[in-house]
Ligand binder design. Structure first.
Ligand code: SAM
Length: 429
């Protein structure tokens, strides 16, 4: 743990948990040597148990579920070390802590799944990172392969692929999403430059004797020569703007506080890479349109993605303040987004047309026999359920995908418009 900040939220949670002697996420004191495969304590749902079993199967393990479903007996495996390195839902493999269990301990937030840089920017509709790690394993992706997420959003697929040594091509129509995804995965390359610019940037935050020339924070950010370090500070500003708009926090305090936590999270990421000697995947994240992917036919080893759930969330409206801050015209940018154009039935029809094109593009760029995982749910619009899941399955099968798994995933309280989402695993046959 670095000394960058002393009293971060996760630390308080950690202290409290120590007092209570109860918090699962960080308890590495005792390594139960006799436990062959022990699930992480946060695994609670049936879909998670299903994914845990699928990831074992995909890694060629023969196993038996024992003891209240939380412990698995390992009957046969070719490579124990591989399990320790890759598994997403397990805490121990034959008494040794998994890499994932060690990674999630690097957390500066109160939320167990917002470890490392995942927390940066409060984006609505983020994937559960643990599930993505499992899905990358299940689809057989490994070191040197390339995964595509044509709706990269806040970059969850990118971070998880990077950690597993899988190259990731992330595309999103929203420049805010591209920025988030880049910052989460690229800031580790420029931590010294980020630290070097900290004083120069923070002194612009509050007018003082040292800032007599009246330069703004933007002026200082624009002076940063390194693009990745510049992106880091642009993001830090957006996080503070969001804190100010959504939670009413005073901008300069929010900026200074978030900046410290962001720097600490990047430093955590670097520490865990060193500790576990991780070989990272290469990242290629850019703005683009899922309906016309800038990729050659059959060039991708796997797809893991979550498109807009029909019209459940207006991504343009939701991030309006940040998109404006980045200099975009909202009505112009809206034209490119899936699921936010038109009204009433027209909106649903346009969504379906856009999704058909996106599915065709996914099919075109995927290599034969490889998998595309699409996480999607039905939304309720004007009192009626829009059957997006059925639509996706029908159209994907029409163009040549085969549905090989359909896992129900119950979700709680997402804007009151969704109750269930599905993990659809398609194979290009
Ligand atoms: C459900 S979110 C993805 C969330 C992501 N899985 C995560 O973990 O943050 C859907 C994303 O689709 C993006 N999107 C909408 N229309 C698009 C288009 N035409 N091409 C690419 N991305 C688009 C939105 O900006 C949004 O980020």
């Amino acid at each position: 743990m670095t000394n960058e900040i002393q009293n971060f939220k996760g630390e308080r949670m950690l202290q409290r948990a120590k007092e209570l002697d109860s918090f699962w996420a960080y308890n590495t004191d005792e390594l139960p040597k006799d436990k062959q495969l022990l699930l992480l304590d946060n695994v609670q749902f049936i879909y998670e148990l299903a994914l845990a079993q699928l990831e074992l199967q995909s890694l060629g393990v023969r196993f038996e579920v024992t003891n209240g479903l939380r412990e698995f007996k390992l009957i046969e495996t070719k490579n124990e070390e591989e399990l320790q390195k890759k598994l997403a839902y397990f805490k121990f493999v034959k008494g040794k802590p998994t890499y994932y269990f060690q990674i999630i301990q690097k957390n500066r937030t109160r939320s167990v799944n917002q470890y490392l840089t995942h927390w940066i920017y409060p984006y609505k509709g983020k994937f559960h990172p643990q599930m993505i790690r499992a899905l990358l394993n299940i689809t057989g992706l490994g070191w040197g392969n390339t995964v595509l997420d044509p709706f990269i959003g806040s970059g969850t697929t990118a971070v998880e692929a990077q950690l597993l040594g899988i190259n990731c091509l992330g595309i999103d129509v929203s420049p805010l999403c591209v920025l988030q995804s880049k910052v989460k995965t690229e800031s580790i390359d420029v931590l010294p430059q980020i630290r070097e610019w900290k004083e120069e940037i923070t002194k612009r935050i509050k007018p003082s004797l040292f800032n007599l020339e009246g330069k703004t924070i933007d002026d200082a950010i624009n002076l940063i020569p390194d693009e990745k370090a510049k992106n880091f500070y642009r993001m830090a500003k957006l996080v503070a703007i969001s804190d100010n708009a959504r939670r009413g926090r005073e901008f300069s305090n929010a900026f200074l506080k978030n900046l410290e936590v962001m720097i600490s999270s990047v430093s955590d990421y670097i520490e865990i890479i060193k500790k576990l000697n991780l070989k990272l995947g290469k990242m290629d994240i850019k703005t683009g349109d899922s309906r016309a992917l800038p990729l050659n036919k059959e060039s991708i080893d796997g797809i893991v993605t979550s498109p807009p759930y029909s019209i459940a969330l207006d991504y343009v409206l939701n991030d309006a303040h940040a998109l404006k801050e980045l200099g975009y015209d909202l009505s112009e940018i809206r034209e490119e987004f899936v699921g936010v154009r038109g009204k009433g039935q027209t909106r649903i029809d346009l969504y379906n047309e856009d999704m058909k094109k996106s599915l065709e593009e996914m099919f075109r760029v995927l290599k034969p026999k490889k998998y595309a995982v699409i996480v999607i749910g039905n939304a309720t619009y004007m009192g009626q359920e829009v059957k997006t899941v059925e639509f996706t399955i029908n159209y994907a099968e029409k163009i040549g995908f085969k549905l090989v798994k359909n896992i129900d995933k119950i979700i709680f309280g997402l804007y009151n418009v969704m109750q269930k989402e599905n993990i659809l695993v398609f194979q290009k046959v």
